[in-house]
Design a protein around this ligand. Structure first.
Ligand code: GLC
Ligand code: CA
Length: 563
């Protein structure tokens, strides 16, 4: 069978491991994850079979948004280590064959960045126009009605200046004005600084927000997407991205992955369409992460498999041969997937099934720290224990507007909060899960660590961790997984996900149950299971009757067929 020609590239074949440093591993015993901890765990990361590390921001930052508020783009957060240590880490990673991708957060800075401190000094300060400073519409009234995606207004008032500044995220994250050519020069310099040091690319934070509508007009009076619609995909986005690509990125062999809330595959092709005008290598999609909720999942609903399958098919089909997919099911902004699309009761089974379901699609695969051992949500029992700004502000707003009780809010936060995935990585069954030798970790360790930890999984050939290793190795050894096309079967089935990949004369059939009750699976037309080789599974072999079998709770089986 012929496959459409598809161009090959190193970044397409990667599996990337994401590190959120604060909770990865504490190397110096102060309770906070750091670069020493990462260096200690490089052999572990390598043992997963991954090709690259993406670091969530490691830069100097007051940590109002855990590093996404940067006060110095050219230095490392002292809690994590020094620049010198980062250079060593970079060398070590490279010598082990691991690439290093940095987070580039240039939609906004910290309010402690010297540019912002300068800009506050007055309209004639050269840095004033680095940000969006505006007069109010009337006393006490912000310049427009834009909202922060983190609940609340998008503007804060400065009394001394009698002006407001725009912040799409926390009030400690003022938005940078990319319309100012000086700001764009700064961005290019930051990129060059890290690329010259040897980093292999960037994950670009909310990059689709960097261009704001001319004149900052009022948006819809009612938030349609938590305010995002007010500043998404602005008029000069492509112009600025072209500038960054032509003047900087094109001069390096690097990869770029743009975070793009609300993006659709069709719109994505404007940024990642292959050809001379390509602006980014991949975008980070969001729709597949909202199959169990609305409004950034703060209105939780029952998980809807059909919705998930629709998202997957849309991305796989629209991009095939035209752009490249970025595959993920967890990151530092998403609660743990087992607790969402899987089942804590069938934890190991569902963790493995979910891994097969997304990682065998076409694209570059990302794995978030702890995902590979099937870590679960933290389920904090009191609102006071949450530390994430988005959680604190969103629960406060819901309380005010909807008069919800604390009990209800705790229930919602225990599903929706980003803190669920920010608890320390569970390395061992020992004190603090082996994360730190300090009395206390900076943030609560999930009490299930004696059951769920790396040490335990390493010893068990059937563990979630060993399944991930097999899966990552399988992807690497089989161009079919990377470059094959995608065809879905049984689209309307609400409990089962089944798809086929094709490349040359090879085919792969991926079967996944998203159900806790048995589901009958019949091989689709053209597949004879007795000809297939089962290459991955999370249960012992089933009894095959009439070219099919009963899938057990969260079972996955992957068959390879060779012509
Ligand atoms: C991105 C980051 C998130 C951060 C936000 C503001 O969505 O992934 O963690 O809070 O941008 O920088
Ligand atoms: Ca530390």
């Amino acid at each position: 069978m012929a496959s459409k020609a598809i161009s090959k590239a190193w970044y397409k074949e990667m599996c990337v491991y994401q590190i959120w440093c604060r909770s990865f591993k504490d190397g110096n015993g102060d309770g906070i994850g750091d670069l020493a901890g990462v260096r200690e765990k490089l052999p572990y990361i390598k043992s997963l079979g991954v090709d690259a590390i993406w670091f969530s921001p490691l830069y100097k930052s007051p940590q109002a948004d855990y590093g996404y508020d940067i006060s110095d783009y050219r230095d490392i957060n002292p809690e994590y280590g020094t620049l010198e240590e980062f250079r060593q880490l970079l060398d070590e990673a490279h010598s082990m064959g691991l690439k290093v991708i940095m987070d580039l957060v240039v939609n906004h800075t910290s309010d402690q960045h010297e540019w912002f401190l300068e800009s506050r000094k007055g309209a004639d300060n050269p840095y004033h126009d680095y940000y969006f400073w505006r007069k109010g519409r009337a006393p006490g009234k912000a310049p427009n009605n834009w909202l922060s995606t983190f609940a609340g207004p998008g503007w804060s008032y400065d009394e001394d200046l009698d002006e407001w500044f725009l912040h799409i995220f926390t009030p400690q994250q003022p938005d940078l004005n990319h319309d100012n050519p000086k700001v764009r020069e700064e961005v290019k310099d930051i990129m060059r600084y890290w690329l010259d040091m040897g980093v292999d690319g960037f994950r670009e934070d909310v990059i689709t927000y960097i261009s704001k509508k001319d004149g900052l007009p009022n948006g819809f009076p009612i938030p349609v997407a938590c305010g995002m619609e007010h500043y998404d995909f602005g008029p000069n986005l492509e112009k600025y991205l072209t500038e960054y690509r032509r003047e900087v990125l094109d001069n390096y062999d690097c990869v770029t992955i743009g975070e793009a809330p609300m993006i659709t595959p069709k719109k994505a092709l404007r940024l990642i369409g292959e050809g001379p005008d390509k602006l980014l290598d991949m975008v980070i999609p969001f729709d597949h992460m909202s199959c169990d909720g609305f409004l950034i999942n703060w209105i939780p609903v029952k998980f809807n498999l059909k919705k998930l399958k629709k998202c997957y098919a849309n991305w796989q089909k629209t991009l095939y041969g035209k752009g490249w997919n970025m595959l993920y099911i967890e990151n530092h902004d998403q609660p743990r997937i087992v607790s969402r699309y899987g089942s804590e009761l069938y934890r190991a089974e569902s963790a493995k099934m979910l891994a097969a379901a997304y990682m065998l699609q076409s694209g570059t695969a990302f794995v978030y720290q702890g995902q590979e051992i099937g870590m679960t949500n933290l389920h904090l029992q009191s609102l006071d224990e949450y530390v994430d700004f988005q959680t604190i502000s969103t629960t406060a707003l819901m309380k005010r507007l909807l008069h919800l009780s604390d009990k209800t809010l705790v229930k919602i936060a225990s599903k929706a909060s980003r803190d669920n995935s920010r608890s320390p990585v569970q390395w061992t069954g020992g004190k603090n899960a082996g994360f730190t030798t300090a009395d206390d970790a900076w943030f609560r360790v999930n009490p299930n660590y004696p059951e769920i930890n790396v040490e335990k999984d390493e010893k068990d050939p059937d563990s979630v961790l060993n399944f991930y290793k097999k899966l990552i190795a399988f992807r690497k050894d089989n161009p079919l997984v990377i470059y094959g096309d995608y065809k879905e079967h049984y689209r309307s089935n609400k409990r089962m996900f089944c798809y086929e990949r094709r490349y040359g004369d090879e085919r792969l059939l991926v079967v996944c149950s998203f159900s806790d009750i048995p589901v009958r699976f019949n091989a689709p037309e053209g597949f004879d299971l007795s000809d297939g080789e089962c290459v991955l599974n999370n249960y012992p072999d089933p009894i095959i009757i009439e070219n099919g079998f009963a899938l057990k709770p969260y079972e996955t089986r992957v068959y390879r067929f060779r012509a």
